[in-house]
Design a protein around this ligand. Sequence first.
Ligand code: AQP
Length: 368
Amino acid sequence: MGGSGRDSPRFNCANDGLRENLRRLVPNTLPPRMPVIFSGIQPTGTKHLGNYIGAIRQYVEGQDRGDPAIFCIVDLHAITNPYDPAELRRSVYDLTALLVASGLDPARCVLFRQSDVKEHTELCWLLASVTATGELNRMHQFRDKSVAQRELVSSGLLFYPVLQAADVLAYRAHEVPVGEDQREHLELMRDVARRFNSRFGEELLVVPDHRIPVVGARIMDLQNPDRKMSTTGGSEEGTVYVLDEPKVIEKKIKRAVTDADDPPRIAKDPAKPGVSNLIDIMAVARGVSPEQVVADLAQARGYGDLKAATAEAVIAMLAPVKVRYEELRADEAALEQILASGAEKARSIAAQTLADVRRVMALGPPPS
Ligand code: AQP
């Protein structure tokens, strides 16, 4: 993704409007600043087109805008669902290789594994003191996933948003690039930060903004376009994986569910979720607006043309990532080195926040 500023129309940032209005009313009081950017991504499953468009592309865009831009492979979140320990270790390397193959440069951002920085779990516990269980019980993700965990609903699943709040707040991040599905967790984290500051009488934690792409914030399952493309809840045929072979991508997109409109109509319309989804996917893959995609397909003979063009654009976007991934994944020692050096940088930032948090909460010996 090419570089873009905080004013990029491709993203919605919660407080951007407010900040811009203030800047206009009182010039020079709020100079443009480089935001601290933070986001986490789970090392589970194989990453799909939704993860790539909603999250990973935003990370790559953010790495030169952030000071610093921090990206975390959240293995502690991954253990809130049933998992195989050996597979988790492999998946962390898979994801590290995928992120670097997608364009993250460890020299221009901080890339690390969550469990290497113990400040995350400590801050999680400390933030629990200002988080209501009722709020956690109401989270959609908890409600959906706890239904799926039939044998044991882990308390980690309930606590997931508190750990997520700790991930972000430990770095005093201003911006959190995520897909639309994380909006509710981001709102909770903002409430937790405000409540903590008010309870302990200092503006110590930064209330972060979410950064959600204007196009592609919610990529839908190709077979069930009323549901988001998802690692655990989606259909295999309706989920395009970043590392799928081109032939597989083509097959999945060509079989995408559209609608029975006669004559077929290529348009963005809430009543046409399948067609709208393909338009969004193609827009992102080609780097143009959905309106442009619709205009380009004005002469199309039907949905077959839309699907063929979408498949071609997605294959062109993902093919270089796959090639680079294969090279990087072969060298686990190099991947481990990237994570270790990222963890060192992350720790040095998070430790400062934790020292402040412990001080205001009166934990440990009094400051000298
Ligand atoms: N369908 C999607 N469209 C746009 N963005 C999406 N994200 C997830 N699905 C879509 C964004 O991807 C980032 C990583 O999410 P994660 O760490 O939760 O990884 P995951 O488990 O692979 O995510 P899924 O697919 O959402 O898994 P399920 O549904 O099983 O929990 C986040 O920024 C997310 O918004």
